[in-house]
Design a protein around this ligand. Structure first.
Ligand code: 26Q
Length: 753
């Protein structure tokens, strides 16, 4: 593809390129990419994948698309010669806010890999007008505001397809928007297909609040993406949303299959549906409904068709996060779906002679995961340990019924976004040292040969320094925070959740603060960076944010400690922030309670960017540890087996751990009088008491070993040579976590495209 920006500028704006401002250039580049993408043919194949997901956390698209088209460097040079900086232009793009966290970002990485591998497969989801809320910090607390990303969003292309969705008591018309998904240097494309209502009343949403009259919402289903851990008020609306999503998706799937020659009896030859967690699981009864009610199938045949085309990915072992809907809610939202779910439950009981443990409907509650496992042909976990736990404990009765349906597909990340786009300095070093093949093979193992090569180690180190400079600039510009140039950068970025144990890192900060106060002056400054949103209804998570913000202010105000210790909480952490912060990290914090984090994917992004991991043996950390070896990772904490035992036997005594002298000191710091005076006493007391009496995720069990390990990490950092080698090994081994590898496995084992 050839681009002449000067000619384009004259044509679009009637002015020379040099006179345009960054926003105008951004819009112009978006136009160019969109127009070019429109001419690209779709990936073809008899069987198409539909990746159904309530979330696609795609991030900004301009840079990514310029990279995929192979014109990034050219565009950058043309802009530079007209006096413009592509980085500043990129920053004008508004990031779509269509996901909560890991699950949504995984879907986005998958779309990139599916397109890059040239496989025929589209994402299908919803076009939320305000997406997830925008996070602001007010009075050291999280405030949630609507994120009007759609106002300035330029990537959506209106599609011809439109359907009717029937709810109990009313029906709505839908409208489809597409975003083209380009693969890396490919001439064919896929699409992200986002359904919306034909008309939505945005005026229901007040300017500065995400509270609004939910009574009207049934007709405005696509206004918001609900946070995980949503409150009850949001739950019924979530069912409406989910049904709207899957009814549209199912109609689209049948439509396209018929267009391509299917008689629907052979539908599994034309379509395979991957459901991203249970959120789209109602696609199962919806497909059955369409085949029976619209296309005249017998119920049994419809079920047999659907059974051969739906596959389910599980992303959680937290029982409370598995979707269970009251049957009454389903009856309200979609009465016919409720009927079909009941029939599916009866059929399953008859076929398996099975008991309540695996039932779809039990005590008036519909277990979505159970339905997906019985009526899907595949279920997978997202990391080896996670899949093992599903098989051995959480979903064991299902594993006994259908061992052949279970498999592991360890998550992955796309290297296009997470090095080529986010870390140009490191990409450049890799190009020079390895040649450019790694960009498509994602094989970085060639680096290992340079483990003792001073010149290469120095270049990698220099790339880290450049990434740190970029992050420092970002935090200065967006938050007015200054970070010392020589600081060790220690990062935990992810949704705020008790099981992820941000509170344990907060306790470390208290320990370190007291240690410095006691005269133990560190060799160099340590900057600890947090980022992440908390569901507005998740009180303890809000309390944890408050504690972090308070610690940040408290330490900054202390002249003795602040030269050596700094706490930063990134406001409104999102994909764009991740791209600036992850490349800069020295230490990757992956400290969830073992057995609770299904996989984690930031762990992979940090590793790829040369951070060294400090972690529990949870999720994909286990696989990272196996790959890099003991000398290149720091692991600590109670094992997942022992954690499971503690839960099963109710054997964890939080208060006993709290009463240990070193621990009590740290926890009680949260409610010291000066702190209470500066912060919100209610939040601090609640968090203190939760830790001292409940500590459901056992932070106090692991805190001492965690502090020890972290101190060892900091000491080892001072051996600069050894540390650079650790960093190199981590990068070299990260190829295993390319989402291209993950997608190949999905295709070979499940999709067969
Ligand atoms: C459910 C019902 C109502 C409203 C919201 C939700 C909801 C929304 C989002 C429930 C869960 C989520 C998101 C889950 C998630 O992000 N899970 C993460 O998935 C990653 C990709 O597999 C894993 O790496 C993480 O370990 C897992 O926590």
């Amino acid at each position: 593809m050839k681009i002449d920006l000067e000619a384009r500028s004259q044509e679009k704006y009637g002015r020379p390129l040099a006179e345009l401002d960054d926003s105008a250039i951004c819009a112009m580049l978006e136009d160019i990419v969109r127009e070019h993408a429109a001419t690209m043919p779709l990936n073809e194949g008899k069987r198409r994948l539909y990746y159904l997901s309530a979330e696609f956390l795609i991030g900004r698209l301009l840079t990514n698309n310029l990279i995929e088209l192979g014109v990034y460097d050219d565009v950058k040079a043309q802009l530079a010669s007209a006096g413009h900086d592509l980085g500043a232009v990129e920053a004008r793009e508004v990031e779509p806010s269509l996901g909560n966290g890991g699950l949504g970002r995984l879907a986005a990485c998958f779309l990139d890999s599916i397109a890059t591998l040239g496989l025929p497969g589209d994402g299908v989801g919803l076009n939320y007008h305000y997406g997830l809320f925008h996070q602001r910090f007010v009075d050291l607390q999280q405030a949630a505001e609507p994120d009007g990303w759609l106002d300035r969003q330029d990537w959506l292309v209106r599609d011809e397809k439109a359907y009717t969705v029937e709810f109990g008591g009313f029906s709505v018309k839908s409208r489809l928007y597409d975003i083209d998904v380009l693969g890396y240097v490919r001439t064919t494309k896929n699409r992200l297909r986002l359904f919306d209502l034909e008309s939505v009343d945005d005026s229901l949403v007040p300017v500065n609040s995400i509270d609004f009259d939910k009574g009207e919402l049934a007709k405005n289903l696509t206004l918001f993406l609900y946070p995980d851990d949503s409150d009850d008020a949001g739950r019924l609306l979530r069912v409406y949303q989910e049904y709207f999503m899957v009814s549209n998706a199912a109609q689209l799937i049948l439509d396209e299959a018929m267009e391509r020659g299917s008689n629907l009896h052979d539908l599994p030859d034309y379509a395979v549906v991957q459901i991203n967690d249970t959120h789209p699981s109602m696609v199962i009864p919806e497909l059955v409904r369409l085949l029976v009610d619209v296309h005249g199938f017998e119920f049994d045949e419809a079920v047999s068709v659907v059974r051969r085309m739906v596959a389910y990915t599980n992303h959680t072992i937290l029982a409370e996060a598995l979707e269970k809907w009251p049957l009454e809610s389903l009856k309200t939202v979609a009465p016919r779906i409720a009927e079909i779910v009941i029939k599916l439950d009866e059929l399953e009981r008859a076929e398996n002679g099975s008991d309540d443990a695996v039932a779809i409907v039990r005590d008036g509650v519909v277990h979505m995961a159970h339905m997906a496992i019985h009526y899907g042909f595949s279920i997978n976990g997202v990391a080896a340990l996670h899949t093992k736990i599903l098989e051995d404990t959480e979903l064991h009765p299902f594993y006994e019924l259908y061992p052949e349906k279970f498999s592991n597909k360890t998550n992955g990340i796309t290297f296009r976004r997470w090095i080529m786009d986010a870390n140009p300095a490191l990409s450049g070093v890799l190009d020079d040292v390895l040649g450019t093949d790694w960009r498509t093979s994602c094989d970085l193992s060639g680096l290992l040969a340079f483990k003792d090569d001073d010149a290469v180690l120095a270049r990698l180190d220099n790339a880290k320094t450049q990434a740190k400079a970029s992050m420092r600039e970002f935090l200065w510009e967006t938050q007015g925070v200054r970070i010392p140039e020589d600081a060790i950068i220690d990062v935990q970025v992810k949704r705020i959740h008790e099981y992820k144990r941000q509170q344990m890192l907060a306790l470390y900060i208290i320990w370190k603060y007291l240690d410095i106060k006691n005269g133990n002056i560190p060799a160099r400054p340590l900057t600890i960076i947090f980022g992440g949103k908390a569901a507005p209804a998740y009180t303890i998570a809000q309390d944890i944010i408050h504690l972090i913000l308070l610690l940040s202010r408290w330490i900054a105000a202390d002249p003795v400690v602040s030269p050596y210790l700094q706490v930063v909480m990134i406001e409104n952490y999102n994909v764009s922030a991740a791209e600036r912060v992850i490349p800069a990290a020295d230490i990757s914090e992956q400290i969830s309670l073992a057995s609770k984090e299904a996989s984690g994917t930031s762990n992979m992004k940090f590793m790829l960017n040369g951070a060294v991991t400090l972690c529990t043996l949870d999720g994909a950390n286990v696989e990272i540890a196996d790959l890099v070896g003991d000398e290149n990772i720091y692991t600590f904490g109670t094992s997942s087996k022992e954690v499971e035992r503690l839960y099963a036997e109710h054997a964890y005594d939080a208060h006993a751990h709290y009463l240990r002298p070193g621990v009590k000191l740290l926890v009680d710091f949260i409610t010291n009088p000066a702190f209470l005076a500066l912060g919100n006493a209610e939040r601090l007391h609640r968090l203190h008491d939760d830790m001292a009496w409940k500590d459901w995720f056992m932070a106090l069990l692991d805190i001492e070993e965690y502090i020890q390990k972290k101190e060892q990490v900091l000491a080892d950092y001072e051996n600069r040579d050894a540390w650079r080698k650790k960093s190199l090994v981590n990068i070299a081994k990260a190829g295993a976590f390319s989402s291209d590898r993950t997608i190949r496995q999905y295709n070979e084992d499940i999709w067969h495209l």
